[in-house]
Write a protein that binds this ligand. Structure first.
Ligand SMILES: Cc1cc2nc3c(=O)[nH]c(=O)nc-3n(C[C@H](O)[C@H](O)[C@H](O)COP(=O)(O)O)c2cc1C
Length: 316
């Protein structure tokens, strides 16, 4: 499957495993790269020592390209970038911050830089900042969402029309049908989070994966729009957030949300399996997922369902 994205990273399939706090360590990233995609270690939840451990683990499990995702909203972003550079990482996906911040620095070091964005305007800023490609992530996506709430279907063609550089579509893609739709809209590659969270190699807690198997199309909500919007499962923690959002406004709401979120809600939920009190981030298309296969099996299923969907397209 040759596209500008497979060429950019020298990979067999233009399929990226998005960086995901608490669930995308070295084991998952290596499995995705071994299967022919590009695996990213999600640095967001890792202190530099742990990040080094996961990058070295990934490198010991594959000889294929491996990248790192660094959300720029955390204080330790610069340290994480330096750690990854010291480990010899040459592919950086930055997100949740300005693409201007590290792009030139990383390009000067010979790295490929991709920035994640959620609107056509911001995508243009990424191109102006000199990134090699953008991930355009629609509102269906798990984790942090864009404030403009633009869905993948509306976002991808508009980013395609605005940009010259390669475009990676994300948000709501979990099978070959979704991948075909993304390519039809103009994408050169896809990034999936939720589908890879639901694999044997992800470090999401087994209880969390079991819960997600039973999810329905309305199981997720995007909450905390006053601070950083996040798509998550509507569990007890989410209901408490909704209560706060009804009771408070402005600066007071922001303070209450930050207090309630505290430091380790996402870790408690996704890594440690506290399904009531933890923050459980996941994408809207999770209810399409009915099994927890290996990453290799995900790739096989993607190719099969892609071909089947392609053959079924009406012709004129
Ligand atoms: C549990 C979870 C954690 C995530 N954490 C991050 C992160 O740390 N950095 C980032 O850029 N994106 C993060 N994302 C977004 C993914 O990288 C990816 O773009 C998104 O999941 C794509 O949408 P999908 O979930 O519908 O596949 C996260 C997504 C999930 C589900």
């Amino acid at each position: 499957m040759k596209t500008r994205v497979s060429d950019l990273f020298q990979i067999k399939y233009p399929i990226i495993q998005g960086g995901m706090v608490w669930v995308s360590g070295g084991k998952l990233a290596a499995a995705v790269s071994n299967a022919g995609g590009l695996g990213l270690v999600g640095a967001g939840s890792m202190k530099p020592d742990l990040l080094k451990h996961h990058l070295e683990k990934a490198q010991s499990l594959t000889s294929k390209p491996i990248g790192v995702n660094v959300p720029l909203l955390y204080e330790k972003a610069q340290e994480q970038i330096e750690t990854a550079l010291n480990c010899g990482i040459k592919i950086f996906f930055t997100s949740a911050g300005s693409p201007k911040k590290f792009t030139n620095f990383l390009k000067d070091k010979g790295c490929i830089v991709v920035h994640v964005t959620s609107s056509p305007d911001l995508a243009l800023k990424c191109e102006e900042a000199g990134v090699h490609a953008v991930v355009a992530e629609g509102f269906e996506a798990g984790g942090h969402n864009g404030r403009d709430e633009i869905t993948t279907m509306a976002l991808i063609p508009q980013v395609k029309d605005a940009l010259k550089i390669p475009l990676i579509a994300a948000g709501g893609i979990v099978d070959g049908r979704g991948m075909l739709a993304a390519f039809s809209l103009g994408a050169d590659g896809i990034q999936m989070g939720t589908r890879f969270l639901m694999t044997k190699e992800s470090s999401a807690h087994e209880k969390y994966k079991d819960l997600l198997i039973k999810s329905t199309p309305s199981s997720t909500k995007t909450l905390m729009k006053a601070t950083v919007p996040v798509r998550m499962i509507e569990n007890q923690f989410a209901k408490e957030i909704m209560q706060l959002e009804q009771s408070f406004h402005g600066e007071e709401l922001k303070m209450k949300l930050n207090e309630h979120l505290g430091k380790f809600r996402a870790k408690n939920g996704m890594l440690e399996g506290d399904l009531d009190n933890g923050e459980l981030e996941v994408g809207q298309a999770v209810s399409l997922i009915k099994s927890v296969p290996t990453v290799e099996e995900v790739f096989q299923e993607l190719m099969t369902s892609y071909k089947a969907a392609l053959e079924k397209l009406p012709r004129i």
